[in-house]
Write a protein that binds this ligand. Structure first.
Ligand SMILES: *Cc1c(COP(=O)(O)O)cnc(C)c1O
Length: 365
């Protein structure tokens, strides 16, 4: 078709994001019942959504003939109170992924660059390419930790955004307060620093305080998500916290009804379910121990996790991923993240972790 010759160059160069394989898709492919499959591939909650959120969704279902309130008034007020900020400092997205797109919309264009780690969340790279920017990938330190000093040094005249994914997906490492302070110290004021904290509520290590930079008036955005800690990945809702001025700018590319009515209701209810978060943290703490003791028994190299997923060195990541899948276990191969020898395993329930351990033993021994 003639029209296919006229696609925007920035879009042409994009290879689509490879998500963790959905249970439904693998079930169709392998001819296995969906119930027989275990998915530990997308860092989703193994506990299902909070019961409070489910109740709120059922109630909201009766109002689905109405458009949502674009500004997410109730959720906005609740989060502002929780974080001790003004409601105007929040921007909502169809998943925190959409916030990454808003940031690119506002600040990335040809002739500008974006800095991130070589093995960080790939959406930063995708969105930079989508808007024609230059993506600067900074090698990580020993142990697959962000090299914040190298990232600071990689900032050029034309750099507008730096993404720090913390804890980092997919490596599971966390950078500390002290290193962030050093990094922020002489960061130019015309560079936006984005802390992607999709796992903040369920980390196994203490989260650094990045909100303080916002109150100091630094150009910083903190991204949070309801997908991971709150078990609402299917609903697509996340948010950014920043200064009121920056929030007003990031709102501009936002479509009027980007977060839906049911998602807003569920998120609001989930925030009240502190017991759910406590249970999740316990699940991940114990699950991490369970998986790690297996890895050590098998003599496998792994990255000690700061969140609900573990990076494991298996040799040929794609091959092991394929073999595990045949046994009904879906994990994430890491070649797309420049880590072809590794797979990423999300921490599941005790039974799911046990399934994973048995499958790994079968495949690797
Ligand atoms: C899962 C994840 C997200 C995406 O979150 P959504 O709110 O579902 O869009 C963003 N950043 C990181 C680092 C993630 O791991």
């Amino acid at each position: 078709m003639k029209i296919l010759e006229d696609i925007n160059a920035s879009v042409c160069g994009i290879s689509p994001y490879q998500p963790g394989r959905p249970i439904e898709e693998v079930s169709r492919e392998l001819g296995m019942e969906p119930e027989a499959l275990v998915k530990l591939a997308s860092n989703e909650s193994p506990l299902g959504p909070s019961k409070k959120a489910v109740r709120a969704m059922k109630k909201a279902a009766a109002d689905m003939h109405r458009y949502p309130e674009g500004g997410a008034w109730y959720l906005r007020r609740k989060l502002a109170e929780l974080h001790g900020i003004d409601p105007g400092q929040l921007v909502f997205g169809n998943g925190s992924n959409e916030l990454i797109e808003f940031i690119a919309h506002c600040f990335v264009r040809p002739g500008r660059s974006v800095v991130a780690s070589a093995h960080a969340f790939v959406i930063y790279k995708l969105m930079t390419a989508m808007f024609g920017g230059d993506f600067i990938e900074v090698p990580m330190k020993e142990g697959l930790v962000h090299d914040l000093r190298a990232m600071r040094n990689a900032v050029r005249e034309d750099t507008k955004v730096v993404f720090i994914c913390n804890p980092n997906n997919p490596t599971g490492t966390m950078v500390k307060n002290r290193d962030i302070r050093g990094f922020m110290k002489d960061m130019p004021e015309d560079v936006l620093v984005v802390f992607d904290e999709a796992y903040a509520e369920i980390t196994l290590k203490r989260m650094p305080d990045t909100m303080s930079y916002i109150s100091e008036g630094r150009p910083v955005v903190v991204l949070r998500s309801f997908s991971k800690a709150y078990g609402l990945a299917g609903l697509r809702i996340g948010y950014g916290i920043t200064s009121a001025g920056l929030a007003a700018v990031l709102e501009k590319p936002r479509q009027p009804f980007n977060t839906n009515r049911m998602a807003q209701a569920a998120a609001l209810a989930a925030l009240d379910d502190r017991a759910y978060i406590r249970r999740s943290r316990k699940t991940y703490r114990e699950g991490a121990r369970q998986l790690i003791s297996c890895f050590e028994r098998l003599g496998l190299e792994y990255i000690p996790p700061a969140a609900n997923f573990v990076l494991l060195k298996v040799g040929d990541g794609d091959a092991v991923f394929g073999e595990l899948q045949k046994l009904g276990l879906i994990v994430r191969p890491m070649a797309g993240y420049g880590l072809p020898e590794w797979i990423r395993i999300s921490i599941g329930t005790e039974e799911e972790n046990e399934r994973c351990i048995r499958a790994l033993c079968g495949v690797l021994e």
